[in-house]
Write a protein that binds this ligand. Structure first.
Ligand SMILES: CC(C)(COP(=O)(O)OP(=O)(O)OC[C@H]1O[C@@H](n2cnc3c(N)ncnc32)[C@H](O)[C@@H]1OP(=O)(O)O)[C@@H](O)C(=O)NCCC(=O)NCCS
Length: 339
């Protein structure tokens, strides 16, 4: 058996090759999250063909046996504070595992990772004790943070759980994609509070938010065809933007939403704002987007406050995953060893 590893360009590849790629990705998505609807071809391919993701530009590699796709890999090259890092995802067809294909895919990408000056390779959402965990551990990846993956099954949860009003002295603001100009400066300051979230031994550096960077991010989100909803709490007495939460989805896959950053300024913690802003987000979401079935979130497994708030809102912890990291040079040595 000779496995051929080559770059995969989703814009130039034939329709058949793109369809094969989708079939493999969809099978793995269903294997990993059977509780979610399977991805849809058109919206998947639209995202696949984006030159830049939410985290940075992406590249792909295919593993083929006699022309047949048996494995697929994606690397995302992070920007700015994290421009030494790449996020990688490696998928091998379920009937072709333990043949060294995953290792060969990773090995095949390392030249490019080095050329792009990526000294650190990061894997996300690795299910503890699953095949990816064992594979990554064997190759020398270290677990740097455990994460709790939580799901809120919107139609199975009593909406009474989202009836938490704003604490007295605060009022709620909502916006989609672009922060209102009068809130921009306060929002950039507030966004930096996410850096207080526990990050274990992860090397990931949270962004340093400025008004300009907020605007840049908003433009990237729009270009990527995603929708981001924001709810923020304003302290009425001082006008300070005290807390916010952010929820994202793509128009082509609106049944699953991703609850992203939530942060409250240090001086305003412990007042119930976290729960109130997330509850407001749910009220808004179900009023405007009837198709939503699940809201998914990932939080540091030791982030007891956020996890408790999520439970209060009806989220259930479905699995514990890990971020893993390895130096590119270490992987180079390890993947060659396996030959
Ligand atoms: C994780 C995954 C990519 C591994 O691909 P693979 O081609 O099967 O892995 P390899 O054959 O290169 O494995 C190399 C070594 O890793 C270890 N390993 C891999 N899978 C393992 C498993 N299920 N159980 C125990 N050890 C495992 C073994 O030591 C293996 O060497 P060996 O077979 O000689 O013992 C594959 O299981 C997969 O596609 N899983 C679903 C998608 C996924 O979770 N991707 C996320 C990864 S970022």
């Amino acid at each position: 058996m000779t496995i051929e590893i080559s770059r995969f360009d989703p814009i130039r590849e034939s329709d058949v090759a793109v369809r094969d790629w989708f079939d493999l990705a969809a099978a793995i998505a269903v294997e990993q999250r059977p509780e979610f609807p399977a991805p849809e071809f058109d919206s998947y391919v639209e995202q696949l063909r984006l030159p830049v993701t939410a985290f940075g530009p992406q590249s792909f590699w295919a593993a083929r046996d006699s022309g047949e796709l048996v494995g697929a890999m994606r690397a995302i090259y992070l920007g700015q504070e994290n421009s030494n890092s790449a996020f990688v995802t490696v998928n091998v067809r379920s009937d072709r595992r333990r043949e060294g294909i995953g290792t060969q895919l990773l090995a095949g990408s390392l030249t490019d990772l080095r050329e792009q000056r990526r000294s650190l390779v990061v894997g996300q959402n690795i299910v503890l004790d699953g095949p990816a965990d064992r594979w990554a551990t064997k190759l020398g990846f270290a677990k740097v943070q455990q994460r709790a993956e939580q799901h809120l099954r919107v139609k199975e949860v009593d909406p009474e759980l989202w009836q938490t009003p704003a604490p007295s002295g605060f009022r709620m603001r909502r916006w989609i994609d672009s922060a209102p100009e009068e809130l921009l400066e306060g929002f950039a300051t507030l966004r930096n509070s996410i850096a207080d979230a526990p990050k274990g031994d992860s090397s990931y550096q949270p962004p340093e938010w400025t008004p300009a960077r907020v605007r840049q991010e908003e433009a990237e989100v729009r270009a990527a065809g995603r929708v981001h909803r924001f709810v923020a709490a304003v302290h009425e007495h001082t006008g300070t933007l005290a807390g916010f939460t952010e929820l994202a989805y793509t128009l082509g896959y609106p049944s699953v939403c991703f609850q992203q950053d939530t942060a409250v300024l240090r001086d305003f913690r412990g007042l119930g704002l976290g729960r109130a802003i997330k509850a407001e987000m749910m009220r808004w979401l179900i009023a405007e987007q009837a198709s939503v079935e699940t809201v998914m979130t990932n939080t540091g497994a030791d982030n007891v406050h956020m996890i408790r708030v999520n439970h209060q809102l009806g989220y259930v912890t479905v699995r514990i995953t890990a971020f893993v990291e390895a130096e590119t040079e270490l992987l180079s040595a390890r993947t060659q060893l396996r030959g």
